[in-house]
Design a protein around this ligand. Structure first.
Ligand code: HSE
Length: 308
């Protein structure tokens, strides 16, 4: 028996919501989990692109693979050891670009294995296991649930989460550069401690962001999409980021420009009319720095993970 699931990419942080907010977007990985035909054959992990061609990504394909680790925790949760499994990851989400590709495969592996096992784990358990493997819940929860999700990793390992409806008229334009940035590197430049002033700056903006979404208030959104906890430190890793923010700051219909997750991709939130006004501008700033990028304007994915 085998199960395949389709899991969206996600954009974490959205400016002020470092490690606690994220939104699902319509780029997808497909993860298939099947029990191996021959017992004792161990674990096999296949990485393929969307045309089913083998991919040579620099990720472990043994028991150190994060998908396998997550599935093993699920088996442990039900008091069993993981069976011999074949895991196939069909990759439609660019890796190491701040688009939640690791969360997507962790969630995909868990949901597929949970189906195979007859659904012993509920959503809360799946989220908690996935977060244990990923380290933070802000990509995990939108990958699973779709839409915009707030999440808080609690001291006991559980995750409190709430999904809010993302206003359809707020378009998400994602600029994905041709270079990779490992989340571990992007986290290594963050300070251990921040000032009370900066912490309060972000608390205020998280509060504004939630209310802006609930009331579809784009003026409030513009004020909310600022951050002092991670972007200022990460800017030095992403050439052109500060210039891009400045260049579109006063464009009518643009509500804000933030790092997508840990970067290097960049997210612009805007109305649909202004999209043409900033797409070429950003493309050019990066081209002048010898960086090519793909860009796409989309709405949020509201479905999250689906079994196909
Ligand atoms: N919240 C995480 C970060 C997202 O900014 O490091 C990346 O996985």
């Amino acid at each position: 028996m085998k199960v395949t699931v389709k899991v969206p990419a996600s954009i974490a942080n959205i400016g002020p919501g470092f490690d606690c907010m994220g939104i699902a977007i319509p780029l997808y990985n497909e993860i298939t989990v099947e029990e191996a035909v021959l017992p004792g054959s161990g674990i096999k992990i296949n990485l393929v692109d969307y045309n089913e061609e083998p991919l040579d990504l620099n990720v472990p394909t043994d028991k150190n693979n994060i998908v396998y680790k997550a599935i093993e925790l699920l088996y442990n949760f039900i008091g069993q050891s993981a069976n011999d499994l074949v895991i196939t990851i069909k990759t439609g989400i660019p890796v190491a670009r701040g688009l939640g590709s690791s969360a997507s495969v962790i969630v995909g592996g868990l949901v597929a294995a949970n189906e195979l096992l007859g659904k012993p784990a509920d959503l809360d358990v799946l989220i908690s296991i996935a977060t244990e493997v990923e380290g933070h819940p802000d990509n995990i929860t939108p990958a699973l649930l779709g839409g915009f999700v707030l999440s808080s990793l609690e001291e006991d390992g559980s995750v409190v989460y709430r999904k809010l409806e993302w206003p359809k008229e707020w378009k998400l334009t994602v600029f994905i550069p041709d270079f990779e940035l490992d989340t571990s590197i992007s986290r290594s430049v963050l300070p251990e401690m921040v000032s009370l002033k900066d912490a309060v700056y972000n608390s205020r903006r998280c509060a504004m962001l939630i209310d802006a979404i609930r009331t579809k208030d784009s003026d409030l959104l513009s004020k909310a999409l600022k951050d002092k906890l991670h972007q200022p430190y990460r800017a030095k890793l992403i050439a052109g980021f500060e210039e891009i923010i400045k260049s579109i700051k006063n464009t009518e219909g643009v509500y804000g420009c933030v790092l997508s997750g840990a970067g290097p991709s960049i997210l612009v939130i805007s109305d649909s009319k202004s999209v043409n006004d900033f797409r070429e501008k950003i493309n050019k700033i990066w081209l002048d720095l010898n960086i090519t990028c793909q860009y796409e304007t989309m709405s949020a994915d509201e479905n999250g993970t689906i079994v196909i």
